[in-house]
Design a binder for this molecule. Sequence first.
Ligand SMILES: CC(C)(COP(=O)(O)OP(=O)(O)OC[C@H]1O[C@@H](n2cnc3c(N)ncnc32)[C@H](O)[C@@H]1OP(=O)(O)O)[C@@H](O)C(=O)NCCC(=O)NCCS
Length: 105
Amino acid sequence: MPLVLFVAEVGGSVIGFIEVGLRSHADGCDTSRPAGFVEGWYVHPSYQRGGVGRALMTTAEEWARAQGAREIASDTWIDNEPSQKAHEALGFEVVDRCVNYRKAL
Ligand SMILES: CC(C)(COP(=O)(O)OP(=O)(O)OC[C@H]1O[C@@H](n2cnc3c(N)ncnc32)[C@H](O)[C@@H]1OP(=O)(O)O)[C@@H](O)C(=O)NCCC(=O)NCCS
């Protein structure tokens, strides 16, 4: 499955990025076709709340749409409230919550 990294630059310095790919299945999405998936999304703190994250997400969505995806999914930690607010401001809806386990072998 394809995976790409888009960066935002100011004066030749990278100040943010979004990593987006396709996944064959993503929670809450139609399983009959691959969905876009945001693997990583970051803006340097000095540039946050200025629209950079939105621009990166728009680019990721356009890329996923061009790959044939009709949905894009993402995830974040349950205690990362700023990220949850940003996702929701950009039109994402919560579809699931997850508990992670481990067991030594
Ligand atoms: C999440 C992140 C990438 C957003 O980038 P950003 O450049 O600050 O985002 P923008 O300024 O483009 O904001 C996009 C929307 O989210 C909202 N938003 C962003 N941060 C917010 C916050 N802390 N609280 C509430 N809303 C927020 C903005 O208001 C905006 O909506 P609007 O255009 O309707 O006003 C950035 O906060 C970040 O890098 N956080 C640390 C890493 C992280 O948590 N990444 C996500 C993990 S999946």
